[in-house]
Design a binder for this molecule. Structure first.
Ligand code: NAD
Length: 367
């Protein structure tokens, strides 16, 4: 306790973003009041809300604030109101800019199946009960960013679409290091996925991950798996995995697949992390996996748990507050144990609560 004053920047964004981030803010305020954590909390517009006021998805002022704070917590960006804007002006550009400029190369997505919600999964209870895996996805390289790219005319009135998949030793090893270090705090096992059977970049990926393990992480159990096999194994026997490491493209697919093992989008947090600077400070952004859910926005029925668990990840990974993160995770469990549910996860015999009631109930369980 008695930590020096650290800064959270809250960027609620659009749709249900403001509703779910409001609950996270209440929790930060609770920790400030009851645990003397003395967090500074700043809040700004991004996405469509920023377009409406400033004509751009994120202003320079907000961007610089995000560079200076200890952790950024985002709600969601986008919605039908801005759907017709050209790609470079859309609300979602704010997030792409933040991820790129903060150099957030590691995306962490836990897939945990809460025992209380095991029936929400489409898989059999025995397959998912107790599931706790972490997908580590490379976020700034690979085919989504590689050059050359584009669509160009070719002969006979046809066109060709081009994207380029590239990875360097440095890019592979820094994300592998993140996965190995996380595994050390978990069950010590990493499954690295690629397509080394058909892609040279996959061969390099496998070799560099293995080389780093042999050099610096001898105690980690490392398994290489073809990405398509991993997709299948995730459905067949997901509990065989601890940390799954994948590039940008395969990580995108595998993390969405893993997400669905757990049932509801409203429960899934994520963290995007950069490197540590020489003072040990790490750039980071925490956000729920879901979007702005325009269909339920403004009704106080959205599930705030994904955002609250994202805040817990911020405590754990950016602020070294493991005890506080544990206490928040446990509070969520206790509320689910009591049978409180937002509309998206309601089932027979459970009590339906609003977004703000769910936030209040979680706060009431904090110690
Ligand atoms: P979505 O995640 O917003 O919604 C998908 C479905 O899940 C909807 O039925 C929604 O009501 C439900 N849902 C999502 N979060 C929920 C929650 N917390 N509680 C209860 N139900 C929840 O995805 P979409 O409909 O494809 O996209 C809507 C908008 O969000 C689009 O403009 C899209 O571009 C944007 N989006 C933003 C992000 C982001 O900001 N990171 C991510 C995905 C989509």
């Amino acid at each position: 306790m008695g930590k020096s004053k650290r800064k959270f920047l809250l960027l609620p964004g659009d749709g249900i973003g403001p509703e779910v981030v409001r609950e996270a803010k209440k929790i930060i305020e609770w920790f400030n009041k009851h645990k003397s954590l003395d967090f500074d909390v700043d809040q700004e517009l991004i996405g469509g809300a920023s377009i409406d006021k400033n004509k751009i998805p994120i202003t320079d002022e907000v961007f610089y604030k995000s560079l200076e704070c200890d952790a950024v917590v985002v709600g969601a960006c986008g919605g039908p109101k801005w759907d017709n804007l050209e790609f470079s002006k859309k609300p979602e550009r704010a997030l792409l800019k933040l991820r790129k400029e903060l150099k957030l190369f590691a995306n962490l997505r836990p897939a945990i199946c809460f025992k209380q919600l095991v029936d929400s999964s489409t898989l059999k209870p025995e397959v998912v009960t107790g599931l706790d895996i972490m997908i580590v996805r490379e976020l700034t390289g690979g085919i989504y960013f590689g050059e050359p790219r584009g669509i160009e005319p070719i002969k006979n009135n046809e066109r060709k679409g081009i994207n380029t998949h590239t990875y360097t030793t440095t890019e592979i090893q820094r994300i592998a290091k993140t996965a190995f270090e996380l595994a050390k705090k978990r069950k010590n096992k990493v499954t690295s996925c690629e397509k080394s059977n058909v892609m040279e970049a996959g061969v390099l990926w496998r070799e560099e991950v293995q080389a780093l393990k042999d050099k610096d992480f001898k105690d980690i159990e490392l398994q290489h798996m073809l990405a398509d096999n991993c997709a299948m194994q995730l459905l067949r026997n997901p509990k065989q995995f601890d940390v799954i490491l994948a590039d940008n493209l395969f990580g995108d697919m595998l993390s969405d697949e893993a997400a669905m093992l757990t049932g509801s989008l409203g429960l899934l947090p994520s963290a995007s992390l950069g490197s540590r600077d020489k003072n040990g400070k790490m750039r980071s952004l925490y956000e729920p996996v879901h979007g702005s859910a325009p269909d339920i926005a403004g009704k106080n029925i959205a599930n705030p748990i994904a955002t609250i668990l994202s805040l817990s990840m911020a405590f754990r990974y950016s602020l070294d507050l493991d005890k506080e993160a544990d206490s928040l995770d446990q509070a969520v469990q206790l509320v689910l144990d009591e049978g409180l549910r937002t509309k998206d996860i309601i089932s027979k015999g459970k009590k339906e609560v609003t977004t703000s009631q769910m936030g209040d109930a979680i706060i009431s369980k904090l110690k």
